[in-house]
Design a protein around this ligand. Structure first.
Ligand SMILES: Cc1cc2nc3c(=O)[nH]c(=O)nc-3n(C[C@H](O)[C@H](O)[C@H](O)COP(=O)(O)O)c2cc1C
Length: 391
């Protein structure tokens, strides 16, 4: 497994843990993943809900909670830490400023196109910073829009790009119709994006890694997508069922107990579809019922709070704290593979074993020929640091 190189930042384990809100990935999970060699990511969306004064003082509570979680994570690891920001929230620039003030290593920008971001960085005087900027997009076309805009207007391009396919957990950058029937394979989106980005690599004389996410759950998934040109992977669901994940035990058990058919698409007040685990709350909302709420502030730019059937931030936070009757768990399409709660280091070990098993099988196939090495083969092999049995 080669390290993920993002400019001068070397990430030994090419895994970015997906930022998960509300309060699913905070300092606990982020520091554990960073200690394992990957990029541990704190989700900033509505993070102030963990503070007692959120309802009265939401903006300040969000900033304070983000700063606190970054500092706590930093006290627990020397590894690489990131913050996940949603461009669609109304206090995005304030949270962005906090992350930069705290000298975070990486900022991931999803749920919208961060076109004007470099201008903001210049205006705020944050030019000579080490922070890497990584937009998260759902298509090569969206990547091209951001790269072209930044290149033309600021003579600057993002340090890496994450492409997330339609199998991901959380909000999806696809139209509901695109999520019916046969889904666009992530491998196709990765290959198209690698092609698109190669132009900017030449123009700016630097390598720009493409990182793939959405439905990546096993070492085999990692291996296969990295064969298509991804230099790293982003994984959210796989890290939910860890002891270090900041969500309640009830939230994690929802994953362990769910079946493949429980994972469904929901309509979110964000204006995008989302993938989640079906429960009584999801069924209630899908049947047209509403969950009345008082909106203390307009946290999402696109939310029509008077007409949406429920508050998404409140529902996600309720679920994170274990109140599953008043919320639901976002989850990727492979979340049903969870069978137990493990430590982050156990997860990483399983991923490595699986990854190297695939790599070794391919090596054997290239050496001996395809038909001499069936999918099911039972020979013990030794790979660096890990002794595995192919089965
Ligand atoms: C429980 C959960 C919450 C999430 N919350 C956010 C979020 O607040 N902001 C965001 O940009 N992405 C969010 N995501 C998406 C993840 O960052 C990541 O891109 C996704 O989980 C990758 O797909 P996977 O779950 O199949 O690995 C969330 C995903 C999950 C599963």
């Amino acid at each position: 497994m080669n390290p993920l190189q993002i400019g001068n930042l070397k990430v030994n384990l090419p895994i970015i843990q997906g930022g998960m809100g509300v309060a699913i990935s905070l300092s606990g999970l982020a520091s554990a993943v960073a200690n394992a060699g990957g990029i541990g990511v704190i989700s900033a969306v509505a993070i102030g809900m963990t503070e007692p004064d959120y309802m009265k003082n939401y903006r300040e509570a969000n900033k304070r909670a983000l700063r606190k979680e970054i500092r706590k994570a930093r006290s627990l690891t020397d590894g690489v830490l990131g913050v996940n920001l949603m461009v669609a929230v109304t206090d995005y620039e304030e949270l962005f400023t906090v992350a930069l003030e705290e000298k975070i290593d990486v900022i991931i920008l999803g749920a919208g196109l961060p076109l004007k971001l470099p201008q903001y960085v210049i205006e705020k005087g944050f030019e000579n910073i080490h922070t890497k900027f990584i937009p998260k997009v759902s298509s090569a076309k969206a990547a091209k829009v951001i790269f072209s805009y930044w290149a033309k207007n600021f003579n600057f391009v993002p340090d890496a790009v994450i492409v997330e396919g339609p199998m991901a957990g959380g909000h999806l950058g696809f139209k509901p119709d695109d999520l019916q029937g046969e889904l666009t394979p992530l491998a196709d989106i990765v290959e198209e994006t690698v092609n698109e980005i190669s132009y900017f690599e030449k123009e700016f004389g630097k390598e720009i890694p493409v990182i793939a996410g959405g439905g990546i759950y096993t070492g085999r998934d990692m291996y296969e997508i990295m064969q298509k040109g991804a230099k790293g992977v982003k994984m959210g669901s796989r890290f939910v069922t860890t002891h270090e994940c900041d969500a309640s035990l009830k939230f994690k058990e929802t994953y362990v107990n769910c079946k493949k058919e429980d994972i469904t698409i929901i309509k979110s007040p964000v204006g995008l579809p989302g993938r989640a685990i079906k429960n009584s709350f999801v069924e209630k909302i899908n049947s047209g019922e509403t969950e009345p709420f008082k909106c203390y502030w307009k946290c999402l730019k696109s939310c029509d709070s008077k007409n949406v059937p429920y508050c998404i931030a409140q529902a996600l936070h309720n679920a994170a704290t274990g109140n599953m009757d008043k919320g639901f768990a976002f989850a990727g399409s492979k979340a049903y593979l969870a069978t137990k709660i493990q430590s982050v280091s156990q997860v990483i070990m399983e991923l490595k074993v699986d990854y190297y098993k695939m790599k070794y099988l391919e090596y054997l196939r290239n050496f001996l020929g395809q038909h001499f090495v069936p999918e099911q083969i039972n020979i013990p092999i030794v790979i660096p640091h890990i002794n595995i049995k192919l089965a």
